[in-house]
Design a protein around this ligand. Structure first.
Ligand SMILES: *[C@@H]1O[C@H](CO)[C@@H](O)[C@H](O)[C@H]1NC(C)=O
Ligand SMILES: *[C@@H]1O[C@H](CO)[C@@H](O)[C@H](O)[C@H]1NC(C)=O
Ligand SMILES: *[C@@H]1O[C@H](CO)[C@@H](O)[C@H](O)[C@H]1NC(C)=O
Ligand SMILES: *[C@@H]1O[C@H](CO)[C@@H](O)[C@H](O)[C@H]1NC(C)=O
Ligand SMILES: *[C@@H]1O[C@H](CO)[C@@H](O)[C@H](O)[C@H]1NC(C)=O
Ligand SMILES: *[C@@H]1O[C@H](CO)[C@@H](O)[C@H](O)[C@H]1NC(C)=O
Ligand SMILES: *[C@@H]1O[C@H](CO)[C@@H](O)[C@H](O)[C@H]1NC(C)=O
Ligand SMILES: *[C@@H]1O[C@H](CO)[C@@H](O)[C@H](O)[C@H]1NC(C)=O
Ligand SMILES: *[C@@H]1O[C@H](CO)[C@@H](O)[C@H](O)[C@H]1NC(C)=O
Ligand SMILES: *[C@@H]1O[C@H](CO)[C@@H](O)[C@H](O)[C@H]1NC(C)=O
Ligand SMILES: *[C@@H]1O[C@H](CO)[C@@H](O)[C@H](O)[C@H]1NC(C)=O
Ligand SMILES: *[C@@H]1O[C@H](CO)[C@@H](O)[C@H](O)[C@H]1NC(C)=O
Length: 834
C-alpha cells in the first residue's frame, strides 16, 4: 500500500512525457491530445479539425480517414476553439474528457460527464469513442450523443419515460457544424416512426415500423449488392433501433444534411465519392404536402398528390392550381353503423395521426374500427421484432395526412359506404367474403412485411435504382457494336447530317490517366448526375475537361452515343466543343474544351462570387444562350431540342462567355416535326415545362420555357428550385410575374448585378421576355429567334405575359457538399408506363 503512490506518480509522469503515438487509439487519465495529433482506429480518426478552409475554428470530431474527410461526430459543435491551439484532455481529477484551449488557459469548451472510475478513452473500429472503467464497462460513449450521422452499431434508444430521446441535428451549413434547424429522431407520440423536424414543425416522416427488415442496395461502380438490416429490440422501458450491414457493404451512414434531407450514403471506393442511395423528402413527401385524405406519389413523372379512393378535392380549383393544402373530403358521407365496409388500399406508406390499439389481432382491429363511428381507417401488422412478435393495430379516428403510394407498402383499410349496400339480403354473405378477403390479405401483408418490411422509403430507393440502372451498359459487346457502328460506314443515322460526321478523335485511356493524374481528387472540377468532371492536361499541353461517366448512371450508351453524335456535328461559339472521346472496358469518357470559369451556378448563386457577374456580363450570357438556342432550334442543319437547359449546364470561358453543355438528353427533330412525345421524361424539375412534365410532350417550346426560367434566375440571382423568398410565393415564376404586373419589376433585379439606370431598360426587357417564355401554354411562348430579336432591339414589346400558374412542387435547396448526388439539382430520368 505504501509503495503504490510513487508508482502511480511514475506512471503519471511517464504518460505526461510520452503523449501519444499517431497509431494510438486510446487516451488514459492525464494524457492530452493536442490539435496536431489524432487517435486512429481502422478508418476512423479522432482529432481536431477546422471545417472552413480558411481555418480558424477548431472542433473535436471523428471522421472517416478517406480521400474526402467526412465528419461523423463533433464534440464542441456549439463552442469551437478559436484563435488558439486546442487540446483534448483526459482529466486526472474527475476523469472527464475535456476540450480546452492552449496550455495555461483552462477554459473548457466541451466536456463529457465526470466519470469517476474511468480508466481509458478508446476510439473503437466502428467510430464510437467510449470511456470505460477497469472492468471494461462503458461509462460514456459518443454514440449516445450523435451529431448528424447514424452509423451501424449505434442505438437509437426510445425510452417511454424519457421525454428527450436522442436526435440527430443537422449542421447549420456544410462548413458550420453548429446545430442547424433540422432534427431527426423517434416520434415520441407514436413511437413507431421517425420524424425529421424543422424547428418544431414536422418536415418529414418515415414509414410506420412494420417489423424487422432489411434493404438491399446496389453499388454501380463495383456492380455489387449490399444489405442493411434494421432491427428493433423492445423491453419494458422502451425499445432500441439499430442497423447493421452485410460483410460486403461499403462504409454506410445515414446523415441529416443541412438542408434537411435524410440521406443514406455509401462510400464508393472506386470513384472516391459518397453515393446517395436514399434522400428524403422529395416533392410531396414533405410532411402533409398533399393535405388530408390524400396520398403523395413520387413514382411518376412529377411528384403528384392524389385524393384517396372515395375522396375528392375540397376545392377543385385550388387543387388543380397546385394548392393541395385544403386536402380531400369524402364524396359521400358515411352512414355510421349501417352500411360501412372497408376498401383495401394496397402499397401505402400509412398516414400519420393514428392511434395504436394494443393487443388486438387482425379481426379485433377491424371491428375496433367498424364499431367506432369516428373511425376512418385501420391497418394491421404483426410486428416482427428481433425479440418478439407483437400485433400492431392502428386506427385513424379523425382526419389524417401524409399517406404515400410506395412500392412494397402496406395495406390501409379505408372505411367506405358499402358497395351494393342497397340489398340487405346480401349482408351476411358480404361479411363472409370481406372476412375472407381480410384474412387472406392479412397473411399476404404479413409475408410482405417480413420480406420487405420497414419500407424505409423504399420507393425513393426504387427511383434511384431506376435512374441509375436504366440503360446501364452491361454488355461490352454492345459497346463494341456501337463503336463499329460509329466509326464505320454504317453510321448510326441521327438526323439528316449523318453523311458528314466529323471524325472525332478517339483518345486512348492511358493518356487520359496521365492527363488527370489518374483521376486524382485534386483534379476534380465537379460532379453531375452522370459523372465526374476532371481537369486534364494532354501531352501537348492542351487543357481539357474530362467527363468520366459513372457506370450505371442514367447516361447509358444511348445518351453517350447521342452526345458524341450530336456535339461532334455542332459548331457554335456558345456551344461547348467536344474534342474527343474514349471507351475503355466499361469506362466511357468525353473530353471537352476546358472552361476556365466553371459553370454559371458557381457564380450566380454564390453570395461572394455573384458580384463578379455585373449586368453587362449577365446580359451577354443571356444573349449568348439565346443565340445558341436559335442555332440548335433552326440554324444548324439539324433541329435539336436540348431538353436539359439549366444553370449548371451553362459553362463560362475565361472571358465569361457562356457555352451550353451536356447534350446527353438532346433530341433531334426531323422534317416538319414540331412536337414529340416521349416515354422517358428527362430534365430537371424547376426547368421543365408543364406540357413536358405532365404529358411528356417536348418541342422547341419546352426549351423556350427552360430558357425563360434560366433568364429569370440570371436576372434575379435567385434559384427557382430553392425559392424561399416569402410566404406568399413558393416559386420564382409567380413572384416575378406579380412584381412585373404591379409595375415593380425593378425589385426583381439582383442587387449584386449592379445594374445602372442606363441598363435598367435591358434588365426590365429581359424580365418581360423571361415571363413570355414561361407561360403555361406553349403556343403563347415566343420562338428563340424572336427572343433574340426582342433582346437585341430597343423597341417596345407589345405582348403581355400571362400569369404562370403551373409549378412543380419542389423541395429544399441543396446546401450540401459538392460530393453527393443531390436529387435537388440532379437530372431526373424516369420511365413512364407504356
Ligand atoms: C505538435 O506540436 C508540438 C508543438 O507545437 C510539437 O512539439 C509536436 O511534435 C507536434 N506533434 C506532431 C505529431 O507533429
Ligand atoms: C489516413 O490514412 C492514410 C492512408 O490510408 C494514412 O497514411 C494516414 O496516416 C491516416 N491518417 C491518420 C490520421 O490516421
Ligand atoms: C484553471 O481554473 C481554475 C478554476 O476553474 C482557476 O482557479 C485557475 O486559475 C485556472 N488556471 C489557469 C492557468 O487559468
Ligand atoms: C469491477 O467489478 C467488480 C466486481 O463486479 C467490482 O467489485 C469492482 O468495483 C469493479 N471495478 C470497477 C472499477 O468498476
Ligand atoms: C437498449 O440499449 C440500451 C443501451 O442504449 C441497453 O442498455 C438496453 O439493454 C437495450 N435494450 C435491449 C432490449 O436491447
Ligand atoms: C445483422 O443483424 C441481423 C438481424 O439482427 C443478424 O441476423 C445478422 O447476423 C447481423 N449481421 C451482422 C454482420 O452482424
Ligand atoms: C382474435 O381474437 C379473438 C378474441 O381474442 C379470437 O376469438 C379470434 O379467434 C382471434 N382471431 C384470430 C384470427 O386470431
Ligand atoms: C372512437 O375512437 C375515439 C378515438 O380513439 C375514442 O375517443 C372514442 O371513445 C371511440 N368511440 C367509441 C364509441 O368507442
Ligand atoms: C412505380 O413505377 C413503376 C414503373 O412505372 C411501376 O412498376 C411500379 O408499380 C410503380 N410503383 C408504384 C408504387 O406506383
Ligand atoms: C448498330 O447498327 C445497327 C444497324 O444500323 C443497329 O440495328 C444497331 O442497333 C446498332 N447498334 C448499336 C449498339 O448502336
Ligand atoms: C490508378 O488508380 C487505380 C485505382 O485507384 C489503380 O488501380 C491504378 O493502378 C492506378 N493507375 C496508375 C497508372 O497509377
Ligand atoms: C448541386 O448543387 C450544388 C450546389 O449548388 C453543387 O455543389 C453540386 O455540384 C450540384 N450537383 C449536381 C449533381 O449538379
Amino acid at each position: 500500500m505504501a509503495t503504490s503512490p510513487p508508482i502511480a506518480k511514475i506512471l503519471l509522469l511517464f504518460s505526461l512525457h510520452f503523449l501519444l503515438c499517431v497509431s494510438d487509439n486510446r487516451l488514459t487519465p492525464g494524457q492530452r491530445m493536442p490539435s496536431n495529433e489524432t487517435l486512429t482506429s481502422d478508418v476512423f480518426v479522432l482529432g481536431f479539425f477546422s471545417p472552413r478552409s480558411s481555418g480558424g475554428d477548431l472542433y473535436l470530431g471523428i471522421w472517416y480517414n478517406i480521400s474526402q474527410r467526412t465528419v461523423i461526430w463533433v464534440a464542441n459543435r456549439e463552442s469551437p476553439v478559436t484563435g488558439q491551439p486546442a487540446t483534448l484532455l483526459f482529466s486526472v481529477d474527475d476523469r472527464s474528457l475535456r476540450v480546452v484551449g492552449s496550455r495555461g488557459s483552462n477554459f473548457t469548451f466541451w466536456s463529457a460527464n465526470p466519470l469517476g472510475a474511468a480508466t481509458e478513452a478508446v476510439l473503437l473500429k466502428n467510430g464510437n469513442l467510449v470511456v470505460r472503467d477497469g472492468n471494461g464497462s462503458v461509462l460514456w460513449q459518443s454514440f449516445d450523443h450523435p451529431t448528424d450521422t447514424f452509423l451501424p452499431g449505434m442505438i437509437f434508444r426510445y425510452a417511454y419515460h424519457d421525454r428527450s430521446p436522442n436526435r440527430l441535428t443537422s449542421w447549420k451549413a456544410a462548413d458550420d457544424p453548429s446545430p442547424g434547424s433540422f432534427t431527426f429522431g423517434f416520434d415520441s407520440t407514436a413511437t413507431l416512426q421517425f420524424m425529421t423536424w424543422r424547428g418544431s414543425e414536422i418536415y418529414y416522416r418515415t414509414s410506420v415500423w412494420s417489423g424487422d427488415a432489411f434493404g438491399s442496395w446496389h453499388t454501380p461502380s463495383s456492380n455489387a449488392n449490399f444489405v442493411i438490416y434494421f432491427t428493433v429490440l423492445e423491453d419494458e422501458d422502451g425499445f432500441n433501433f439499430t442497423i447493421n450491414v452485410s460483410d460486403s457493404s461499403p462504409y454506410i451512414r445515414y446523415t441529416l444534411n443541412p438542408s434537411g434531407q435524410l440521406q443514406l450514403l455509401g462510400w464508393d471506393s472506386t470513384w472516391k465519392l459518397w453515393q446517395t442511395f436514399v434522400s428524403v423528402p422529395y416533392g410531396c413527401q414533405v410532411y402533409g404536402s398533399c393535405g388530408q385524405f390524400a396520398s403523395c406519389n413520387v413514382n411518376g413523372t412529377v411528384p403528384a398528390c392524389k385524393c384517396l379512393e372515395g375522396f375528392e378535392p375540397r376545392s377543385q380549383t385550388a387543387w388543380s392550381g397546385g394548392d393541395h393544402s385544403g386536402g380531400c373530403s369524402r364524396t359521400s358521407a358515411l352512414r355510421c353503423g349501417e352500411a360501412d365496409g372497408f376498401l383495401r388500399v394496397a402499397g401505402m406508406k400509412l398516414p400519420d395521426q393514428f392511434v395504436r390499439v394494443r393487443n388486438k389481432n387482425m379481426s379485433e382491429c377491424r371491428s375496433e374500427c367498424l364499431t367506432n363511428c369516428s373511425c376512418q381507417a385501420f391497418a394491421y401488422a404483426d410486428l416482427n421484432m428481433a425479440n418478439a412478435i407483437a400485433p400492431r393495430c392502428l386506427v385513424w379516428t379523425g382526419s389524417f395526412v401524409d399517406a404515400e403510394m410506395i412500392t412494397g407498402g402496406e395495406d390501409l383499410y379505408l372505411k367506405i359506404m358499402n358497395f351494393n349496400s342497397g340489398a340487405s339480403s346480401g349482408k351476411s354473405r358480404r361479411r363472409k367474403i370481406l372476412l375472407l378477403v381480410l384474412s387472406i390479405s392479412a397473411a399476404a401483408s404479413a409475408l410482405a412485411c417480413a420480406l420487405a418490411a420497414w419500407k424505409f422509403d423504399e420507393q425513393i430507393k426504387g427511383v434511384f435504382r431506376q435512374t441509375k440502372s436504366e440503360e446501364l451498359v452491361r454488355d461490352s459487346s454492345l459497346i463494341q457494336e456501337f463503336l463499329n457502328n460509329f466509326s464505320g460506314a454504317n453510321e448510326v443515322a441521327i438526323g439528316e447530317a449523318a453523311d458528314q460526321a466529323p471524325q472525332l478523335p478517339l483518345i486512348n485511356f492511358e493518356s487520359l490517366v496521365l492527363a488527370t493524374d489518374n483521376f486524382s481528387v485534386s483534379n476534380k472540377l465537379g460532379q453531375g448526375g452522370f459523372g465526374i468532371v476532371y481537369k486534364g492536361v494532354l501531352h501537348g499541353g492542351q487543357e481539357i475537361a474530362l467527363k468520366r461517366l459513372i457506370r450505371g448512371s442514367g447516361q447509358g450508351l444511348v445518351e453517350f452515343k447521342n452526345e458524341i453524335n450530336l456535339i461532334a456535328r455542332l459548331q457554335h461559339r456558345n456551344l461547348v466543343r467536344l474534342l474527343g472521346y474514349c471507351i475503355h472496358g466499361e469506362e466511357k469518357l468525353l473530353a471537352y474544351e476546358y472552361m476556365a470559369n466553371k459553370s454559371l451556378d458557381f457564380f450566380l448563386f454564390d453570395p461572394v462570387q455573384k458580384v463578379k457577374l455585373d449586368w453587362g456580363k449577365r446580359f451577354n450570357v443571356i444573349k449568348g444562350i439565346a443565340r445558341a438556342l436559335v442555332y440548335l432550334h433552326q440554324d444548324s442543319r439539324l433541329r435539336i431540342v436540348h431538353r436539359d437547359l439549366k444553370v449548371s449546364n451553362i459553362l463560362l470561358d475565361k472571358d465569361m462567355n457562356p457555352k451550353i453543355s451536356d447534350f446527353g438528353m438532346a433530341r433531334i427533330f426531323r422534317g416538319n416535326q414540331n412536337e414529340a412525345n416521349t416515354k422517358r421524361v428527362v430534365g430537371t424539375y424547376g426547368y421543365m415545362s408543364p406540357e413536358y412534365a405532365m404529358q411528356g410532350l417536348f418541342s422547341m417550346k419546352s426549351d423556350v420555357y427552360s430558357f425563360g426560367v434560366l433568364l429569370l434566375e440570371i436576372v434575379s440571382g435567385l434559384q427557382n428550385s430553392s425559392f424561399h423568398l416569402s410566404l406568399d410565393f413558393t416559386h420564382l415564376l409567380p413572384y416575378a410575374w406579380q412584381l412585373w404586373n404591379e409595375g415593380n419589376a425593378k425589385d426583381f433585379i439582383d442587387p449584386s448585378s449592379n445594374t445602372q439606370s442606363c441598363y435598367l431598360d435591358e434588365a426590365l426587357r429581359s424580365i418581360h421576355v423571361g415571363l413570355l417564355c414561361v407561360q403555361d401554354n406553349p403556343s403563347d411562348r415566343p420562338t428563340m429567334s424572336s427572343i433574340v430579336f426582342m433582346l437585341d432591339n430597343e423597341i417596345a414589346i407589345s405582348r403581355t405575359p400571362k400569369k404562370p400558374i403551373f409549378t412543380i412542387q419542389r423541395n429544399d435547396p441543396s446546401v450540401e457538399n459538392l460530393e453527393t448526388y443531390s436529387p435537388n439539382n440532379m437530372t431526373i430520368t424516369t420511365v413512364e408506363g407504356r
